[in-house]
Design a protein around this ligand. Sequence first.
Ligand code: EPZ
Length: 420
Amino acid sequence: MKERMLITGSNPLEGEVRVSGGKNTAVAVIPAVLLSDEPCTIENLPDIEDVRALVDILRSLGAKVTYVPGEFMTIDPRPAEGFQIGYRDSQRLRASYYLLGALLGRCGHAEVYFPGGCEIGARPIDQHLKGFNALGVETETHGGKITAMAKELTGSDVFFDVVTVGGTINVMLAAAKAKGTTIIYNAAKEPHIVDLANFLNSMGAKVKGAGTDVIRIRGQQYLHGANYAVIPDQIETGTLMIAAAATRGDVVIHGCIPQHMEALTAKLLEMGVKVSDSDDAIRVRTLGAHRAVNIKTQVYPGFPTDLQQPMSALLTTARGTSIIQETIFEQRLKHLNEIARMGARVRIMDSMAIIEGVPQLYGAPVTCTDLRAGAALVVAGLMAKGVTEIYQPEYIDRGYEQIESKLRSLGADIRREVVE
Ligand code: EPZ
């Protein structure tokens, strides 16, 4: 059933909202439970499509999963005998490939089709396979499927040629129960890497250095059960901050970690947006015009590529010319063609966008091409004069829990309807 989102823009967002648990941490922590020798309970999970897909995948492997959305998920991995993930399930999300590392750590055998996820570039997985091979894993890719097998996982040094979040997570998962110590060099440092390490350690794993570019994992034979709450979603927090600024509102975002938001906060302050924070809340207000700024996406703690798209929508009405350089993914600017339909003045050259600020955006029919492109279109719709119709909003549901009700609680005129 096809749907579209309808936004009547120009309402300033005002009030308080609570951010959900992190998508990119949840999709790593849930597969990690397969490494445990006892049941685990995970809390603060966002009730999003990617989480529901992983529930189905773990059940297909034989794990016993009790999931109460918004409350907890208890997973008993002990009955899980499976090691194959079907094509359709593999395609439902990008993070299905974490089942490679988790199943290798659990039973030394995994068969997973190449993952789905946002089409924002080639997104190869050569570094994941390089890491597995270093641990003594035989990998083969044939017929769109990755087959990974190891008689025995042995710890080793892994030096990533590029900083990769997924590669770092996959090697951490496989190394947690390998024989000996694995050292990952040039590791990703995102908050969800640290959160996964904390979860693994809560099960008795020995992971040190997460959050730096060298992570040491001393493999353990047995991992016990754990109760764990994942960290709040850094990207949802940032998207709500940007939406508050874009509508010239006054919003307090509760349950977030301000330290994770520093790169965005610095840019918003540079634009003239007022940002203040306490230990678990951030307040965003705008008094007056926004100045144009330049954005260059970087690995953490630099400006996150996942916030580049929503941020680009905000920059369309800033005073002056902004330049965006997307350095992480090759095709992550196409949402700007959609926002141009709303009156934005943009020029895209390879992985660079030049945005000339205009006084006002105007509502128009637009189409989501990926998750964060959808977030950008929502921000643009909230700030535009008139009605914006957003087609293919299901992309947004992959990474944002109840985004409409959160925005409506802040005064947005946003709803969804079925289209024939
Ligand atoms: C994760 O993707 C996130 N997804 C992405 O968020 C996020 O944009 C990205 O990290 C960067 O922070 C999840 O966590 C599920 P990478 P991932 O491996 O792991 C290249 C969202 O909107 N690379 O860090 O796929 C790759 O092509 C999503 O929530 C290789 O060349 O990102 C890219 O250019 C979108 N070989 C760069 O590294 C490899 O083996 C960074 O990719 C792996 C990656």
